[in-house]
Design a protein around this ligand. Structure first.
Ligand SMILES: [Zn+2]
Ligand SMILES: [Zn+2]
Ligand SMILES: [Zn+2]
Length: 767
């Protein structure tokens, strides 16, 4: 009961505070401190008034122990006149223009896992168990506000038990929009091209034909049996279908590569628990924390255990992830039997997105039947629609902190806080690994990973993503930002919008993305170490020192260019860059010794020697050249393969004395390339020499520019910063010289982060 010396506070909370169990949490806190008052959702977030003697304790606890999915951005507090209310209540929401958010999808929580494996629980072995603290959100929400009717759960009428839990403020499932149980919720179904009609029966029809427990147990059992016997299973998950097979069975993994048409790009492996992950990889505390975080991303770590060789051919690192949907836990449970949740398990799954090469992830049961029948031996769908596709996110720990390499499930659509207000902006990315960014006030929303805009299906997904982001954020952009390249699908889309266009140079955007996520509004010096981007002069850039300020950029320096014989083909065929590096040293005579049996080598050498050949400052292409000269890789099957394999060979980088030259901002690596040709140098030693000298060279180049401008902080961006040895080497070398290096952490350092940087520059220029 409120005491007579009561004070009353009005508290306004903004952030991710709706649909995350915030109101019941406030209710229970009010009970704990014997306070009266109310709490309700509105268009700003959550508003509450509390009255009693212990309001201070209440506020402290509110900050200290919010629910797992909540994130408080601001909390305003004001003392008002006490009203002598008798009790505390949860009031109905007030509508208004949406300024709220959807939280990202979250891994099943420990309490729900207890329910899942408790024979006495009504959720026992039910693959769709969830509560307010966990479960899918973004992927099943059609519109805001986040209410069941606006999600794909609208198709399922709650049973009495679920309706009771949903309405009970003391229950963990109070207002849990996707609440479902075996009686009323979604069901798995076995799909094949012939019985795709199962779906046509609809959720209601499917319910009665057999008891759900036995039905689900049989399907789980069949999945595990298929995988154990070397088969491939397509399984509908949270953000789309996965293809799964036994990560220890070389025949199965090789067969998956063959059927999927994916030659070498590494597969991620799902292991049962943290103990299994520690056996599979070398994980430090930060990597373990990231692996087990609520977003449950793939974490790329040093390999310890060898799975089937085809899982990640030629690489020293592996992407690991833990089960995040209840369904995944059921698979490991069925494979291991009882008492498995803490101990290391042998059962390990290759888990890769189910999509025809390069196209968007498949989310629909019928689409899966049509497209996956030739890849999977068993296809398991379910009748809860996936509204928004989301791949697994990919992360890595670089220089002691997490970095997101692919931002998707678990992170989308969590906004990034910006330093300043600015006009509402739509930024469209470039071509590879595309994302879009929408800014609203001081928030930047990066879309889920879309992919390369190479085919119709991906471009459709791109357009769908733009429409959906603008819709759920209830936002009308004032400006559109795109790449400087005139011929990209994204640039053409920008032109179609009819909005004022800001065209942003690719590498300026890489640097600006880092400024944006680190909340830097002023000028920033940065190095973009990258693959390819269209330069101010139309050239192929990719190793640039730039100053980005007030929405403009200036190129201060670059790598000394190498010939780019064959343009795009040079990016797929590293040997061409190897030849270019020889030509640059006037060593055309060595071309046939270095590349024996390469039929076109002579022709390409001539092409590279021509005075009018295109040139590139791309560091990515220089990695290709080094890999080719060292005999590591001549043709690559996926972007970055040569560089990744070169990195895999490097254990202790060391620098060649005087292995580079810097003149008026141009960094020349000719001497380093010459050193790679020394007779008797093996590939591993060559890789260590290349990495070590490159770190020295780039660090002095960046340091000189910083000193000349009196800067003590630089941004390091671009695709090459995914190379952990290079990134960590540069950060520590610069630190020794008193320069703080900022890396991309929340947005990918590769082209997945470009849209954020474009938005940052466009807003600043407009401001
Ligand atoms: Zn839960
Ligand atoms: Zn139910
Ligand atoms: Zn780039």
């Amino acid at each position: 009961m409120p005491s007579s010396d009561a004070t009353r506070l009005r508290l306004r909370v903004t952030g991710a505070v709706q649909g995350v169990g915030f109101r019941p949490f406030v209710h229970s806190l009010a009970d704990r401190y014997a306070l009266a008052g109310f709490v309700r959702n509105d268009s700003q977030g959550v508003l509450m008034e509390v009255e009693g003697a212990r309001v201070e304790d209440f506020v402290a606890a509110l900050k200290r122990e919010p629910p797992p999915l909540a994130r408080i951005d601001s909390l305003e507090c004001e003392a008002i006149t006490p009203l002598r209310d008798a009790k505390f209540s949860i009031e109905p929401s007030r509508d208004g223009r949406t300024r709220t958010r959807i939280t990202p999808d979250a891994a099943v929580c420990d309490d729900c896992l207890e329910d899942l494996f408790d024979p006495k629980s009504r959720f026992y072995l039910y693959p769709f168990v969830n509560c307010t603290h966990c479960g899918p959100r973004y992927t099943l929400t059609r519109r805001l506000p986040y209410d069941r009717a606006q999600t794909s759960m609208a198709a399922f009428a709650m049973c009495e038990d679920c309706a009771r839990d949903y309405a009970d403020p003391t229950n963990r499932r109070f207002h849990a929009q996707p609440i479902a149980c075996p009686k009323c919720g979604p069901r798995l179904s076995r799909l094949s091209p012939e019985d795709a009609s199962l779906k046509a029966l609809g959720p209601d029809a499917a319910k009665d034909y057999e008891p759900s427990g036995a039905h689900h147990a049989a399907i789980i059992e069949e999945i595990v049996t298929t995988i154990r016997s070397g088969g491939i299973v397509a399984l509908k998950g949270i953000g789309g279908f996965h293809l799964l097979c036994d990560a220890r069975n070389e025949t199965a993994v090789a067969e998956l590569r063959r059927r999927k048409g994916r030659d070498a790009k590494p597969f991620a492996v799902m292991v049962a628990d943290a103990a299994s992950a520690r056996r599979a990889g070398v994980l430090d505390a930060e990597e373990l924390r990231l692996l087990q975080s609520i977003a449950r991303p793939i974490v790329v770590v040093e390999k310890r255990e060898d799975f089937a060789p085809s899982v990640a051919p030629g690489l020293s690192r592996i992407g690991l992830l833990l089960p995040y949907a209840p369904l995944h836990h059921l698979l490991f449970h069925a494979a291991a039997g009882a008492d498995w949740r803490m101990a290391p398990q042998d059962f390990a799954l290759v888990a890769t997105s189910a999509n025809p090469s390069g196209e968007p992830l498949i989310v629909d049961d019928e689409e899966a039947c049509a497209n996956l029948a030739s890849i999977a031996d068993l296809i398991i769908g379910h009748d809860r629609a996936i509204v928004a596709r989301a791949d697994d996110s990919v992360t890595s720990v670089i220089a002691g902190a997490p970095a997101i390499l692919r931002r998707a499930r678990g992170f989308t659509p969590e906004p990034i806080a910006l330093a300043d207000d600015g006009p509402d902006t739509l930024a469209l990315g470039a071509h590879l690994k595309t994302t879009i960014t929408v800014t609203r006030g001081r928030e930047a929303f990066i879309s889920t990973h879309i992919g390369s805009l190479d085919d119709r299906a991906t471009i459709d997904f791109y357009r769908e993503t733009i429409a959906r982001m603008l819709d759920i954020l209830d936002m009308t952009p004032q400006i559109v930002a795109c790449d400087l390249h005139p011929d990209l699908a994204s640039t053409r889309y920008a032109e179609e919008t009819g909005l004022p266009i800001m065209r942003v140079q690719h590498h300026a955007a890489h640097i600006a993305a880092i400024a944006a996520e680190h909340g830097i509004a002023g000028p920033i010096l940065g190095a973009a170490l990258d693959g390819y981007g269209y330069g101010d002069d139309g050239g192929a850039w990719g190793g640039e020192l730039m100053l980005v300020d007030a929405g403009h950029w200036r190129r201060l320096g670059h790598l000394a260019p190498l010939p780019l014989p064959g343009g795009d083909r040079a990016a797929r065929e590293p040997w061409r860059m190897g030849v270019a590096a020889l030509v640059a040293q006037d060593r055309c005579g060595d071309v046939f010794d270095r590349f024996p049996g390469v039929e076109l080598a002579g022709k390409v050498a001539m092409l590279a020697s021509a005075p009018n050949v295109a040139r590139t400052t791309s560091l990515g292409r220089m990695f290709d050249a080094a890999a080719a000269l060292l005999g590591v890789r001549q043709l690559q099957q996926y972007e970055g393969q040569a560089a990744m394999e070169l990195e895999a060979l490097c254990e202790r980088p060391f620098a060649l004395a005087n292995g580079y030259k810097i003149e008026s901002g141009v960094l020349d690596l000719t001497k380093l390339f010459a050193a790679l040709l020394k007779p008797g140098l093996d590939a591993a030693r060559g890789s260590e020499l290349f990495h070590g000298t490159l770190i020295e060279a780039l660090a002095s180049w960046i340091f000189e520019a910083a000193r000349a401008r009196g800067e003590s902080r630089v941004a390091l961006g671009g695709g090459c910063m995914m190379n952990k040895i290079l990134a960590e080497g540069l950060v520590s070398r610069l630190r020794e010289q008193g320069i703080e290096a900022l890396l991309a952490r929340k947005a990918p350092t590769n082209d997945g982060g470009l849209s954020l940087g474009q938005a940052h520059i466009a807003r600043q220029r407009k401001a």
